[in-house]
Design a protein around this ligand. Sequence first.
Ligand code: GLN
Length: 533
Amino acid sequence: MNTTSLSAFEIARRVRAGELSPMQVLEEHLAQIAAVDGIPGQLDPPAMDAREEQKVHAFIQVTADLARKQAEQIQAKLARGEDPGPLAGVPVSIKDIFCVQCTTTTAGSRILYNFRLPYTATTVARLEQAGALILGKTNLDEFTYGSSSESSAFQPHPNNPWNTQHVTGGSSGGSAAAVAAHETPLSLGTDTGGSIRQPAAFCGVVGLKPTYGRTSRYGLIAFGSSLDCPGPMARNVSDAALMLQVLAGADPKDSTSSIQPVPDYLAALAEGVRGLRIGISPDYDHIAYPDTETGEMGIQAIQPEMNQAVREVAQVLASLGAEIVENVPMPNARHGIPTYFVISRVEAASNLHRFDGVKYGYRTQKPVQDLSELYRVTRAEGFGLQPKLRILMGMYVSAAAHSAHYYQKALRVRSLIRADFERAFDPTGPYRLDALLTPTTPTTAFRRKEVLRDTVLMQYSDQMTVGANHAGIPAISIPAGLDPQGLPIGVQFFGNDFREDLILQVAYAYEQATQQAPWRQEVPQALRATEVK
Ligand code: GLN
């Protein structure tokens, strides 16, 4: 059996015990990338034949040399009798929005196509210190602005390993696809409105958005600074717990990182769900969606299998001794996207100011008269559609004349969204939840190009996830079945502040109880094609 189908946990265990060489692990994962990934995302992609077109294309850059050096270091440590760490010899891919020394960090944008910098993000440095092998940088929506990974300036964009005619979701789509296609057992993503959980759901993997501040943002190219959270993506819950253990904790380089002690996530896993209170909300069985003509919000049904999956997961948890609490009101969930539209755009526009062609990245080759023309032309050429739209919208809604109407109001609605969760989790309140169970997404993965031109519809793919970003709370998406087309369905557990341990525990209990489910025996198309088991 090939090590590409092993869990991170098992790889690290065998490497630490001297039963498995980190170099073998690395070479087998590089071979899997060579077999399924195809050409990397690039600014000027060559024409592709049908075969190439159907590859996964998760990566922008594979850092084989860096990873080989790291594997040698692990081997040397083992030879000296030292413990190389909890992720010894485990390949990890990194969403290309994190700075990693010796790599280019593009953010999926032309404006950073050549951006190399002399330091490494704290989260990535922690993975390296724990013995991980950095396999490469994965593709994403430009600056993480999107829900399909199609908006990257680096094409081809990633394809869904379950059916490559469908999108991976986004913006951590390359990361999710790489994990699903067994190119890596772990990947580092970021979640501002759903960008870890939504692609995890679309690709049938586990994705966890930690509490705001639980993981450091140092060395992460910022989108919405009050919303961004780095977090783990993995093929199972214990691997996500293992990776979070390494990532979590205070960082002197990020003043918003939390000094709360980090619990033992792995130890908590097996505690089961007996006596835990798991909520279900009628406000999460549909979405509120604006009429494109009038702007009025109307109710829209979601794919029925999503609601079905939530029911089935609740039944499994009830059979394991959890108490299911029905009808938990989350009345402000419907305001999640409009609120996010405003707040995230204001923060995005502000964070994008620094990309002006002067200090780093792309600079126009055209002759310009003065500095402001240099800025204008560089930004016009360097940014794609999404950054431009978000700058315009962000500047508009935060301008002095509009701020009270939009930005200030959005901040107040954000507090109401947070208050819904506080009521649901309040240990002395009417619901006293340990976790709230919802679908992760309104639909399974859409077809390529189907939603790309509709910015609003694309954004609504985050309706179920975005509440956790507004509230700053943790949430995990786990696989919970396949739809009739064979595409993965994800369900989500929200938890109270810093209770990653609890939602991991609930997710793990469900995962363990459904090991024999027929849908778990299915494998992604990309794996069938290469006959890799
Ligand atoms: N899809 C959302 C957006 O486009 C979320 C992106 C994210 O979480 N980074 O803003």
